[in-house]
Design a protein. Structure first.
Lengths: 190, 190
DNA sequence: ATCGTACGAGACATCTATGTATCATTTCTC
DNA sequence: GAGAAATGATACATAGATGTCTCGTACGAT
């Protein structure tokens, strides 16, 4: 049906498919089309009506994930703030999209455009790590690759713990930033 | 052929299959039998000669991973040492088995025995976190689930960074312990 | 050198997932 | 209420993965 004019349109079948596929495939990349349809609450024929094939759906999902994560980071980052403040803002923006962020490397999409975009995101994280080192928030002796890997995993772990209800959404970015910069030891008095 | 009596026997086809399957399926659980055979350097018929079917291989792998990770932890843990020392020793023991450790939850094995064993391992990690909190190495205000999740991911990340050559094997456990307890900020003078 | 064991390649059967198509039903718009 | 659009269920075709089997080859033990 054509998009309604009312202020809060009912999600279309296509939206339901996209959301269910990201959620399912970020955990279980081998899940079948039938399983995706089930999770989306639609018929398998409807999947085939909206997407030419599995590769088509994967490509569409990759574009959406790239766009959403890039936009979230661009909106959140204030270049005039300190690097550690930027880190926290980035966590705040990206953790709610943790499933989308990790979908980009877990789903084995493999086409060059997606790979290049994901690598660009990692490069930007690497640049931020350089700035964190320059301002002393991260020690210079720690391999940058290690810090980037930690940030990557913190995004997924935080999203997963929030999704599982074990951590409050409001606490996630703070816990992630604290874990990275200060660890989970007792906080000393300032 | 029957096992040789020489002190360092050539790895059998079965050993090659097991190692290749763990390595491949911990990253890409959807990989096919043909891909496993290729990675193992054997023919697909040889896979079928050693293992009844895909489920049989998965079950064997799960048993091996459980046994190796349990034995590594049991050997490394000195109950009389401090909790943070035990943490470092556990990291030293388990990180080289990071692919086996994460295979247990990534490969979607799903049988109750494997799930129970993995959960038992997580419970032991949770117990250690309790001890870390009791001795003040981890702050009491941090959710235990968050700390357990961080340890889980540190094992995989460390293994992956070592396997990729970006981090030296000798540094991995130290980086993991430091990241968890102190973070990656500049280390203050004692 | 011979025999036994293990293996690789390939053919074939079976199974599962995907892709295509059709028809009846439901939903939405006018 | 009528018509258009979208959907679900089902059947069928296709493709790929798995499982089985056979034969020739390689390797190890004697």
């Amino acid at each position: 049906m054509r998009p309604a004019l009312n202020p809060s349109p009912r999600p279309t079948a296509r939206d339901a498919i996209i959301d269910a596929a990201i959620r399912l495939w970020s955990r279980n990349p081998g899940a079948t089309f039938s399983e995706v349809a089930l999770h989306a609450g639609v018929g398998r024929a409807t999947l085939h009506r909206h997407f030419r094939n599995r590769d088509d759906l994967l490509t569409v999902l990759a574009e959406i994930c790239i766009e959403e994560t890039n936009e979230a980071v661009a909106t959140a980052i204030d270049r005039s703030a300190s690097a550690s403040r930027q880190l926290q803002r980035m966590f705040e923006a990206v953790i709610p999209l943790g499933d989308r962020y990790s979908f980009l490397y877990r789903a084995e999409i493999g086409d060059e455009h997606t790979t290049a975009e994901y690598r660009r995101q990692l490069d930007r994280v690497g640049t931020l790590v350089g700035e964190l080192k320059a301002e002393g928030a991260v020690a210079a002796d720690v391999p940058t690759a290690w810090v980037v890997a930690q940030i990557d995993q913190l995004i997924w772990t935080a999203w997963n713990e929030v999704a599982s209800g074990r951590v409050a959404a409001a606490d996630a970015a703070y816990l992630a930033t604290r874990t990275l910069l200060h660890g989970l030891g007792k906080e000393e008095q300032p």
